[in-house]
Design a protein around this ligand. Structure first.
Ligand SMILES: Nc1ncnc2c1ncn2[C@@H]1O[C@H](COP(=O)(O)OP(=O)(O)OP(=O)(O)O)[C@@H](O)[C@H]1O
Length: 315
């Protein structure tokens, strides 16, 4: 396999393949992660996300394809290259009897220019627990310690594999702040997660992997044709609206004919549609449209659609 050096992008992957015995778990994956972006890797359990991430981190060997991470082939595993990576793996570390402070100090010593230990503890919200031994921490606190260990080297590229699993809602928000802290300082993050709100809040672009293949890649706002999907406007007809023909609607509006009581229409111009409907309803004496909703497809909607369309596509 030829090494490809892509100095423009921190992560550059072409035709990545990984087999375990007869099973192809990563098949011809191409990925491009741009400098300074938070890039999310999405996909169902067993899709091949962790395998891909571990190949990029240099902890797992690939079967084929070209990979460049911070301008190096991860398979070379050069120490100065590794020192620029921050890794928060999916499984929580085993830190024996060391205290929180000692664990972080221990890992900080591996890096040429680590963050101050106090800052790392502060960033993950473990300042109060600094004298506690790792085995005395709760599951969520242990996860925060993993994150501290991952970022204490002040990395240029951060791999976060399901970093907020097991965290309470407040701790999740703190973890998001930490991702933003590094993003604001021009660092690049590859985030693997099953939480789509996390993707929406943090990532600029995302790739969806199903059965070892990338089935979609794009900006979070446009993923799965999200931006091109019409909005759905719906409300309940009451009073004198019941017998009236609907007003003139935007030309692309499609009205669902199956329900007389609830009006449902699909359009790219929901504001224009409402601008026509509101005076029409007012004329019928209705000044507040009952059950009015304007819905656009959520990231979860398009994600689930992509998964169901592509499941079983691993021929
Ligand atoms: N060491 C291994 N030997 C054999 N098969 C493996 C090994 N590691 C992973 N696999 C298989 O490779 C496939 C991809 O696993 P991987 O952990 O990369 O998926 P994932 O997308 O990260 O899933 P999850 O969301 O559950 O973490 C799975 O079918 C898994 O069982």
């Amino acid at each position: 396999m030829a090494a490809v050096v892509d100095t423009a992008n921190p992560i550059h992957v072409r035709g990545l393949r990984k087999r375990y015995g007869n099973a192809s778990v990563v098949q011809d994956v191409d990925l491009e992660v741009h400098p300074g972006e938070v890039f999310a890797l999405l996909g169902p359990n067993g899709a091949g996300k962790t395998t891909t991430v571990e190949i990029l981190e240099g902890v797992r060997r690939r079967t084929g394809g070209d990979v460049s991470v911070l301008g190096r082939d991860p398979a070379e595993d050069a120490p100065e290259w590794r020192a620029r990576l921050g890794i928060v793996p999916q499984t929580t570390g085993a830190y024996s009897d060391l205290t929180v402070r000692e664990v972080i100090e221990h890992f900080a010593a591996f890096y040429p220019a680590p963050l101050p230990v106090e800052q790392a503890m502060e960033m993950v919200g473990l300042r109060k627990q600094e004298r506690k031994q790792a085995h005395q921490l709760s599951g969520g606190q242990l996860r925060r310690l993993d994150v501290a260990v991952g970022i204490v080297g002040d990395p240029d590229l951060i791999f976060l594999d399901e970093p907020t699993t097991g965290l309470d809602p407040a701790a999740r928000l703190e973890a998001w702040e930490l991702v933003r802290y590094f993003a604001d300082r021009g660092k690049t993050t590859l985030l693997t997660t099953h939480y789509l709100d996390e993707v929406e809040a943090l990532a600029q672009r995302a790739a969806v992997i199903v059965a070892g293949k990338v089935v979609e890649v794009g900006t979070v706002a446009e993923l799965g044709g999200r931006r091109d999907t019409p909005a759905v406007v719906s409300f309940t007809r009451v009073g004198r609206m019941a017998g009236l023909t609907l007003p003139l609607l935007p030309p692309d509006a499609l009205v669902d004919p199956s329900d007389d009581e609830v009006v449902t229409l699909h359009t790219h111009s929901p504001t224009q549609a409402l601008a026509a409907i509101l005076p029409w309803a007012a004329e019928a004496g209705v000044h507040e449209l009952p059950d009015l909703r304007v819905q656009r497809p959520t990231l979860e909607d398009v994600y689930l659609k992509l998964i169901s369309e592509n499941q079983g596509a691993d021929s």
